[in-house]
Write a protein that binds this ligand. Structure first.
Ligand SMILES: *Cc1c(COP(=O)(O)O)cnc(C)c1O
Length: 227
């Protein structure tokens, strides 16, 4: 219990310091707790420590945890790859899907979103640094995909998400995050009402906040090292 509380305080201090240095109000940055591989008891502790938004990569694992934590008012974000045969589970159980990178997946999520739930919030995942085997749409295809996704009735397009390769120093981390930011600004200038730029993790959240991130996804710094 104490450990998560202390870790969380350290993370909040990092976010606050980065916002101050970047001359941004701290309210602009949402902290998403990445709970993949950690059990429901730790999520319960994290909630007791003040966290409400949780990110999970493995859909089946996440759905099992959600069932065990059904009494808590948590917000669940899918941040792992979404295969077509998993869209029904994502549409039924999650509040957000941050890793949409194909129209087909977006269409299925929209069709399968249950009537009694609000539209599913989604981000387009962008492969901003061009890793050949990585998920995410190439930046040059992101505009067209975003325009199509924005028209799907049961989705609400919120913004962009990126997972760049780890970079050693602040300047190179910031440089790659600024490319995602530029794409985000471009889409907004083209008329899309986006409010979410999901980038930055334990190792690079400061650089991401300097580049304009509105949502940092933090696992290790809150829950400790994963096995
Ligand atoms: C695991 C993961 C994170 C959290 O990474 P940490 O380095 O542990 O903070 C964030 N985003 C995605 C997409 C992840 O898979």
């Amino acid at each position: 219990m104490e450990k998560i509380r202390n870790n969380l305080q350290t993370v909040r201090e990092r976010i606050a310091a980065a916002c101050a240095a970047a001359h941004r109000p701290v309210e602009e940055v949402t902290l998403l707790a990445v709970s993949k591989t950690f059990g429901p008891e730790l999520i319960r502790e994290a909630h007791a420590a003040g966290l409400v938004a949780f990110g999970e990569n493995y859909i089946q694992e996440a759905v099992e945890k959600m069932a065990l934590l059904a009494g808590l008012p948590l917000q669940w974000h899918c941040i792992g790859p979404i295969q077509s045969n998993k869209t029904r589970l994502v549409a039924a159980h999650f509040d957000w899907a941050q890793t949409v990178d194909r129209l087909k997946v977006a269409q299925r999520l929209s069709e399968q979103r249950p009537e009694d739930r609000p539209p599913l919030s989604v981000c387009i995942q962008v492969n901003i640094d061009g890793g050949p085997s990585k998920s995410g749409v190439p930046p040059e295809e992101a505009r067209a995909l975003a325009q199509e996704v924005a028209r799907l009735p049961r989705l609400k397009l919120r913004g962009l998400m990126a997972i760049p390769e780890p970079a050693a120093d602040f300047a190179s981390q910031k440089a790659v995050h600024l490319r995602t930011r530029a794409l985000f600004d471009e889409l907004r200038a083209a008329g899309l009402e986006l409010d979410t730029l999901s980038m930055g993790m334990t190792g690079d959240l400061e650089a991401a906040i300097h580049a304009g991130s509105t949502m940092v996804r933090v696992g290790t710094a809150i829950f400790g090292k994963r096995d």
